[in-house]
Design a protein around this ligand. Structure first.
Ligand code: NAD
Length: 543
């Protein structure tokens, strides 16, 4: 049962099989994040009305099955919560909201081809919520949003459609969802929950709700704007950090140095947290959210003062650097093969990252574009997509009969299958560009192909006068060690005493050997303890 005494009981529709004494939360958007949240809330005793626009999603969940298969713990969680009558999915969002004490919104907001924020979904959803909103209900947005969206755009749609006043008749808060798909239930246990309301009452109600469903500490922010800003800082930090790593990689190539070894050594200094360079940054978060912050520069006040152009310049620059890495990788290949015109190149992995069946803002697009611009024939492979799906996405799947034509290969997404891929099938391949440092160089070179990687020292390796470097040995992907926060205070102030930094690479992949993994407080603060992997060893060690 929720432990928030202020929660009111709700009368549930007769068609909804649930104990009538249980309080209801409506979760709007039952996707990769929303469905695990719905399960988490149900596991903590709330009656969850999950709302989605997709009838297949709703029907599948009501059968006790999860439409999302990859999330650990989700299939069993949906089954258990539906059969206990604590989770019910519906297409009727307005009715669900009418019955709910709390509404949590987790539908996507992204950008369009012109890099403008596309608010269409959140606007539609907000209007439907407003149509069912009752006095006293708490509405929390968890979708990543540009600063100001909750307090201005969403509040005014809710007020207009509900004919109620935010802060007077209903409560409104923002709490960024910071979890990553693939480790959601673990992340919910350990990542502090950042919460900001439009006023004190809204903040307190949202904190009380999250206390009832999470074991993690809660950080209260001064406003919804500040809470929105937190998530944008997290995401854009990673984009800028990766851009810096990519610039170091280009420098390393020019100087015949191995950037991975240098970054790993630099990261043994507690204030250096450099991520990994690579062939590009994909996904629906890191390459997208810089534009959410840049959107803020369109504020009339900034425009009239003419200061917008001088703000967030690093963010713009980082986007440019990261998107240029595909072109850089192709240049490195052409330096070996000569002109790629009329040559066949294979891109391994079109997903935006390894082992994920999703293509949002994937660097495979940029690679294909750069290769086509050189006149190459571009083929792709991705074991997570059928040949028909690849074609539908605008790629040419590689037929077995064309394997012998391939002159160069780029590893774009480091799916685990590629670690055991038989490269001898590509009998005429001259060079393999390992865009994620996931392949075994010795194996590639034993086949007579040249192995290259972003930042491996380019043409100059090994360095003149330098010692022979131990060849790079890729580790198996490995789970980041559990971070125990036991003993931490439940609520943290804005000046939170510590940072959690377990996502170190291009969209949540495990970092390669020797690279910084995470930091955590030691005995309530102070110097961070740091966890590293050691080169050539897939055991994690702490130092
Ligand atoms: N995916 C991640 O790793 C991640 C991590 C942290 C935060 N987030 C946040 O969560 C948001 C959602 O991400 P996701 O991965 O769950 O997306 P998703 O695409 O997996 O799921 C979105 C769900 O919303 C539903 N939906 C779309 N329009 C709707 C409408 N008008 N009414 C009702 N339902 C509607 C879709 O049918 C789908 O089931 C992201 O935009 C981001 O802000 C995502």
């Amino acid at each position: 049962m929720p432990n928030n005494p202020s929660c009111r009981d709700v009368t549930l529709r007769s068609s909804v099989p649930s104990p009538s004494s249980t309080q209801a939360v409506a979760v709007v958007g039952l996707g990769k994040i929303g469905l695990p949240l719905a399960v988490q809330y149900a596991q903590h005793g709330w009656y969850v009305l999950g709302c989605d626009i997709n009838p297949h999603v709703v029907e599948t969940i009501n059968l006790g099955q999860s439409p999302v298969h990859e999330e650990p713990g989700l299939i069993a969680g949906v089954d258990a919560m539906v059969s206990r009558g604590l989770l019910h999915a519906t297409l009727d969002m307005t009715e669900a909201v009418r019955q709910a004490k709390v509404v949590v919104v987790i539908v996507p907001v992204s950008i369009n081809a012109q890099y403008d924020v596309d608010f269409q979904t959140i606007d539609v959803v907000t209007a439907a919520i407003g149509a069912g909103l009752q006095p006293g209900t708490l509405v929390i947005y968890e979708t990543t949003l540009p600063v100001g969206t909750t307090a201005q755009r969403c509040a005014s749609i809710l007020e207009r459609t509900a004919k109620l006043q935010a802060g007077v008749d209903f409560l409104l808060a923002y709490s960024p969802e910071r979890v990553s798909s693939g480790s959601i239930f673990r992340d919910l246990r350990i990542y502090p929950k950042v919460v900001g309301g439009i006023d004190e009452k809204s903040t307190s109600a949202a904190v009380a709700f999250y206390r009832s469903v999470l074991d993690a500490p809660i950080i209260s922010m001064a406003s919804t704007d500040e809470a929105e800003f937190v998530k944008l800082i997290e995401a854009t930090y990673r984009d800028v950090n990766i851009a810096l790593a990519n610039e170091y990689a280009c420098f390393a190539d020019a100087y015949g140095l191995d950037v991975a070894a240098a970054i790993a050594a630099a990261n043994t200094q507690p204030y250096s947290h450099i991520h990994s360079p690579g062939v590009g940054v994909g996904g629906h978060c890191i390459p997208v959210y810089p534009y959410f912050l840049l959107k803020g520069l369109e504020e009339p006040a900034l425009q009239t003062q003419n200061v917008g152009a001088h703000m967030l310049t690093l963010l713009r620059s980082a986007r440019h650097v990261n998107d240029a890495m595909a072109e850089y990788a192709v240049n490195r290949i052409e330096a070996i093969t000569g002109s790629l015109a009329h040559q066949s190149v294979l891109v391994l992995g079109i997903a935006y990252r390894g082992n994920v069946r999703a293509v949002a803002f994937t660097s495979a697009q940029l690679l294909q574009h750069a290769l086509l611009a050189r006149g190459a024939s571009v083929y792709v492979d991705d074991p997570l997509f059928s040949a028909a799906e690849l074609s539908e996405l605008g790629y040419t799947p590689l037929p077995a009969k064309h394997e012998h034509e391939i002159c160069a290969i780029v590893l774009q997404a480091d799916h685990s299958n590629y670690r055991t891929l038989d490269f001898s099938r590509f009998a005429h391949c001259r060079v393999v560009m390992d865009g994620r440092r996931a392949l075994c160089p010795q194996y590639i070179e034993s086949l007579g192909m040249q192995y290259i990687a972003i930042g491996d020292g380019g043409q100059k390796k090994p360095t003149a006068g330098g010692t022979a470097r131990t060849p790079y040995v890729p580790l198996e992907r490995c789970p980041v060690g559990e971070l125990s926060l036991s003993g931490e205070p439940e609520c943290l102030s804005l000046q939170a005493q510590y940072s959690l930094n377990v996502q170190n690479t291009q969209e949540e992949a495990c970092p390669p050997d020797g690279v910084f993994l995470s930091s955590r407080p030691v005995n309530g603060g102070g110097y961070p303890e740091r966890i590293y992997s050691e080169a050539g060893d897939n055991r994690w060690s702490t130092s």
